[in-house]
Design a protein around this ligand. Sequence first.
Ligand code: NAD
Length: 318
Amino acid sequence: MKKVLVTGGAGFIGSHVVDGYLQQGWKVVVVDNLSSGKKENLNEKAKFYQMDITDKRLNKIFAEERFNLVNHHAAQIDVRVSVKKPVFDAEVNILGTLNLLNNCVKHGVNNFIFISSGGVVYGEPTDLPVDEHYPKNPLSPYGVSKHTIEHYLHYYRKTYGLNYLSLRYANVYGARQDPYGEAGVIAIFTQQMLRGKRPKIFGDGEQLRDYIHVSEVVNVHLLASQKIESLNERKPSSPDDLAYNVGTGKGSSVNLLYQLLAEIIGFKVQPIYAPERKGEIRRIFLNTDKAKKELDWQPQLNLREGLGKTVGWFRENL
Ligand SMILES: NC(=O)c1ccc[n+]([C@@H]2O[C@H](COP(=O)([O-])OP(=O)(O)OC[C@H]3O[C@@H](n4cnc5c(N)ncnc54)[C@H](O)[C@@H]3O)[C@@H](O)[C@H]2O)c1
């Protein structure tokens, strides 16, 4: 039986990925410092270490557990925090990841799946949907840290033979997403509408994003975990070669999300429009042909179906 370390496995997306691995018969170990993750998200069949990814004691966990694969979800995920505290962002997202990579090399772990962000590494693209080879011009320290790790991965692969895949997520939504944070507009609107509160839209609501349901993300990980070794045999020439956009290929406006959620929930009140936030990307959605072709992955749900599932979960769990 294969064993995977999922960092950030008590968080929104990581916890679903843990569930997916367990269903496929993997042994799963989670490392999470519970800074935003929650104990109730943790699958009880996974072994849990409450630890920071920057902690030197990670060495001991690697020595004892002998992983076949590391799936790295733990991160400082907030763009605004990264702007206010770029050093903290780099400590977690760059130095914490290097701590994991060095432990992989030291303890003979051959495979590493990294979670990058298709929403931030490209900056404000002009050609849409944006593909993996589009120039990377991140506009925040968070985006810089995600892109930086892709270069380190390329280096670790060349130098130490560490196989990797980098999954550049679009905007992921679904059960367990934090409705209190700054991001996660679907979780925020859903929670507010269910509680009868009037949601706020920043700007005109016509900004476009690519929204992908978390169940599709789990599927891409299970496929990526099977294919990581064969895809790494192809001798990549740049970090983009082993990077995959994970999205729907479609841009949806915040106004459309509002309308669909209001219909599903039966919420009759109009949104409050507030001034747009500075530095926000106007339009981004991802070309996912590469993941379809090379990972045999294809999203199954349309936006309305994904939103319906999400509302169902929030109704039961609020
Ligand atoms: N949610 C999205 O739409 C989205 C989009 C692109 C990329 N991502 C990436 O996906 C990953 C998961 O994000 P999420 O939305 O599930 O967020 P989340 O906050 O729910 O999950 C992050 C998890 O990492 C843990 N963590 C944070 N810092 C840590 C540290 N120093 N040591 C150990 N654990 C730590 C948190 O406690 C949490 O459980 C992140 O790498 C994020 O950058 C998310």
